[in-house]
Design a protein around this ligand. Sequence first.
Ligand SMILES: Cc1cc2nc3c(=O)[nH]c(=O)nc-3n(C[C@H](O)[C@H](O)[C@H](O)COP(=O)(O)O)c2cc1C
Length: 330
Amino acid sequence: MNAEKKQNVFSPPADLDLSVHIGSLAMSNPVGVASGTFGYGEEYDELVRIDALGALYTKAVTLEPRRGNPAPRLVETPMGLINSIGLANPGVEGFLQEKLPLLRRHRCAIIVNVAGSTEDDYAEVVERIEDHIAVAGMEPGERSGVDGYEINVSCPNVHKGGMSFGIDPVLIGRLTRSLKDRTRRPLILKLSPNVTDIADIARAAEAGGADAISCINTVVGMVIDTEKLRPAIARGAGGLSGPAIRPIGIAATYRVSRAVHIPVIGLGGIAHPSDAIQYLLAGAQAVQIGTALFSNPRAPQEVLDGIIVWMQRHSVHSVCDIRSMLEEPE
Ligand SMILES: Cc1cc2nc3c(=O)[nH]c(=O)nc-3n(C[C@H](O)[C@H](O)[C@H](O)COP(=O)(O)O)c2cc1C
């Protein structure tokens, strides 16, 4: 390891405990970057101290390569973005050959986001990654590049699979159990807010053996171009992200964290330290930053620095204690 990489590793003030535990995985701090907004890290290498992140959640990996949806597939809204990328990615073999070798260089936790059209798709992606790691045969201390999986059952931008899993507790329970049989690495189920009761879905994931819940994916939204007389993105509706969805994410985090005993990872509209602290007070043990990265790649570092200052000001020793500090509403 070169000296520069060594310097980049996160070291918290000695009197604070910022570590977060998800199943068997220990993250150095609670701030990660959200799936689909950070690729597989390569474009951000120069801009962000990746090794100082709590976790890097990769772009979704599917069984087969996907070109994604037709353009235009991104539109700005007054308080965020609507995207309809459609899970464009190189497929699991492309991921293993092209992306994993790059990811293995990083020292933060790497969580691979997995998506599929059927239960078997998800299972095969996880199996192929596990087989690849087993065959590669790591040297002692060498990184596999995969510290856990985030199972995306909440993508609104695909015809088959994605969100249709995320709205059905029976499917969620079965899928989680089946994936649990295929890996010993932590499984994080990423849920959709586009459901009647997100707590029911979270309970089903926990019963299936999930190690944590990521809360939330994007909210279905649409923008119409009044001159062209058609939706601003080619596929019509897409997924709304950014500050507009923050109160939805915080309410979902609050509800889910009281419905399950496993950790909740909060996301949706985090750009500033106080946004992340709201999620931690609502019950999250960790957070992710997505859309904010597009305008400010330094957001993860600023958010972490702000959390540290807030903890010192409120005399909080451990980041995991923040969730017990919220005064419960009447
Ligand atoms: C351009 C874009 C691509 C995304 N791709 C994925 C994806 O591949 N897998 C996934 O689980 N979530 C994906 N998401 C959702 C984000 O990870 C996150 O849940 C959502 O954007 C809310 O967080 P934010 O408001 O901080 O962006 C994507 C979001 C955006 C904006």
